[in-house]
Ligand binder design. Structure first.
Ligand SMILES: C[S@@+](CC[C@H](N)C(=O)[O-])C[C@H]1O[C@@H](n2cnc3c(N)ncnc32)[C@H](O)[C@@H]1O
Length: 318
């Protein structure tokens, strides 16, 4: 077979992944909503289809099709000898209440509100600089959140589930960056989860979680963390250092300069530490997260007016 026909044959199969491309997200969301992974755990880690169906109140026939798809994708394992399902490392990441779970982020991204702007991606691309979220909902994402507490909670819970994992990785890999810091302001810190995790790992730090009024007013009190409401374009509370995660990617280069200028004003000249956590797309380098980072890059196009992920070319930042 020549190379062209091998490629054509591959394409014939591959195109179907796009025709039904929404399926994995929808089925995993369904598994989260039905709490299937939790039901398996709470029944001793192994459960038959009829028992699982009764535990999650589903028809065995419908659930059987969902489980067949999920096991095929690596969520859950069906043991032939016992005809029982068990969890896998992947399905354990969608536990309702797991500390390591990304379920809240998936449920947020799969919500009708967050999916709507994707339907206008073409229009968004043809008028660069306008917001896909605003086109879909009439206002930008943060204004929308301030008017819709349920959506704001969904968003903040999703961010918190990512923050728990990200901070544990940051502390493990780059923990030294927090040494010698007495107070730390988390700029656009959401519900304070990231800062709480930092303070837990570095108890000498006094945390100031800084976000918009509707976000901090709904946030839980957290030990070692003070919530402060405000607008980072106007002011950032003073602290020994500033931390800013997954915020700059929502804004244009000029807006990033404004935010970083306010961070700079908030911290002492020496050591003048502003700690930035963002996804970086390294061009021309092997990266197991490349696909996700590229998707995140398009998500910023869909959900913001000028936000983007940082691309690091050999020749500099793009
Ligand atoms: C993508 S979320 C990141 C949340 C958090 N840093 C994290 O990584 O989990 C961006 C955050 O920026 C906040 N934000 C947006 N505009 C803001 C502003 N003008 N002043 C302060 N915070 C703002 C949002 O409310 C939201 O919590």
């Amino acid at each position: 077979m020549d190379v062209k026909s091998i490629k054509e044959e591959k394409a014939e199969v591959e195109i179907w992944q796009y025709v039904f491309g929404f399926t994995p997200m929808a089925v995993v969301k369904c598994a989260i909503e039905l709490e299937i992974a939790d039901a398996v755990e709470s029944r001793g880690g192994a459960v038959s289809l009829p028992d699982l169906a009764s535990a999650v109140a589903c028809s065995p026939s419908a659930l059987g099709r969902i489980m067949r798809y999920l096991t095929h994708r690596g969520f859950f394992e069906l043991h032939e000898s016992t005809n029982q399902y068990s969890n896998t490392p992947l399905s354990l990441l969608i536990l309702k209440s797991g500390a390591n779970s990304l379920a809240p982020l998936l449920v947020m991204e799969a919500s009708p509100t967050m999916l709507a702007p994707w339907h206008g991606l073409g229009a968004r691309a043809s008028r660069d600089g306008s917001s896909g979220f605003k086109a879909a909902h009439g206002e930008e994402i943060w204004e929308f959140g301030s008017q819709n507490p349920a959506q704001s909670k969904l968003f903040n819970d999703g961010m918190a589930s990512h923050a728990r994992r990200a901070v544990s990785e940051i502390v493990e890999r780059y923990g030294g960056v927090f040494e010698g810091i007495g107070s730390l302001v988390d700029v656009g810190g959401g519900d304070g989860t990231a800062l709480r995790c930092i303070v837990e790992a570095c108890p000498w730090i006094r945390g100031i979680n800084y976000d918009l009024p509707h976000v901090v007013s709904a946030a839980q009190q957290r030990q070692g963390v003070e919530h402060v409401a405000g607008d980072m374009f106007e002011h950032v509370p003073k602290a020994d250092a500033a931390f800013i995660m997954w915020v700059l990617h929502d804004w244009s280069d000029d807006e990033c300069v404004q935010i970083l200028t306010k961070c700079r004003e908030a911290v002492p000249k020496e050591p003048g530490k502003v700690i930035i956590a963002e996804a970086v797309i390294f061009e021309g380098e092997e990266d197991k997260y490349r696909d996700v980072k590229l998707a995140l890059g398009v998500a910023m196009l869909s959900h913001t007016d000028k936000g983007k992920e940082i691309g690091l070319l050999k020749s500099g930042i793009s």
